[in-house]
Design a protein around this ligand. Sequence first.
Ligand SMILES: Nc1nc2c(ncn2[C@@H]2O[C@H](COP(=O)(O)OP(=O)(O)OP(=O)(O)O)[C@@H](O)[C@H]2O)c(=O)[nH]1
Ligand SMILES: [Mg+2]
Length: 302
Amino acid sequence: MPFQSGLVAIVGRPNVGKSTLVNHLVGHKVAIVSPRPQTTRNRIQGIVNRGQAQAVLIDTPGLHKPHTALGRQMMEEVQQALDGIDVVALLLDASEEFGPGDRFAIQRVRQFRGPVFLLLNKIDLIPKGRLLPLIAACSREADFAEIIPVSALTGDGLPLLLEKLIERLPEGEPYFPADQYTDQPERFLAGEIIREKVLDNTYHEVPHAVAVLVESFEETPNLIRVRATIHVERESQKGIVIGKGGEMLKKIGTAARQELETLFGVKVFLELYVNVQLDWRDNPALVRQLDWRRQLEQLSRE
Ligand SMILES: Nc1nc2c(ncn2[C@@H]2O[C@H](COP(=O)(O)OP(=O)(O)OP(=O)(O)O)[C@@H](O)[C@H]2O)c(=O)[nH]1
Ligand SMILES: [Mg+2]
């Protein structure tokens, strides 16, 4: 049997469960997840190998109308993720009323000429009776190659989804070696894990205003030493992230270190700093600096 391989872009509004889906299918955490919208900021590839097939899933930032330079870059990332792909999987949150935001998302994938899968996610949250009318309503909106109800959280529907995806992949050599499950180097995943722990512990504008830069990532056989800066936009946000007597920063650091140790299987020494970078989200140059692909280019030049 010839090998099949292809690129699948996972798109949808913020918070519908794209990153949860990619992590579940890959079987490793490749993208951070949070209950706050606009968590994912860059496209990240998660690789799924099954027998004679390799599906490269591209997680993307949630589709929204951007108001900042960061938002515009995030939407640019989605555009780039759609370049040269074989299948689009559009996720909707089935537990929410179908609305204008969903219609906007459907419009965005209409331009794609290949097969578009519609995934109705979070079915663990709704009574079964609500599915059929939702499927009927969605099939009136566009000509989807498949409409599949799933739960990215419980895994319901995911084996069927993977089977249907693989059917659509063209013949070809694998893009990645069989033991690689993401294109995102550990250094940047570490930065994302730290950001996730900030998101877990902060509210209102703070999660949106946070960016994490890993300044150094030194690996020795039984220790990884990570030095990172948490950038925020205001002194007041810095105060929140540090907390009374540094308690919040300590909590964030401990949670991040524990997860990094589990992930990398070695002891991690984590050093965190907090810095104010006034209105960085509105500054295209600063936004670009925080893009991990650019950081990677820079590191390889040094
Ligand atoms: N109950 C339930 N919750 C889910 C499911 N999938 C995702 N979630 C939750 O929905 C929230 C958002 O999940 P993410 O995976 O971060 O969503 P996303 O689409 O990647 O969001 P952005 O990166 O902001 O665009 C998290 O709290 C997840 O735990 C699901 O199938 N069922
Ligand atoms: Mg995400």
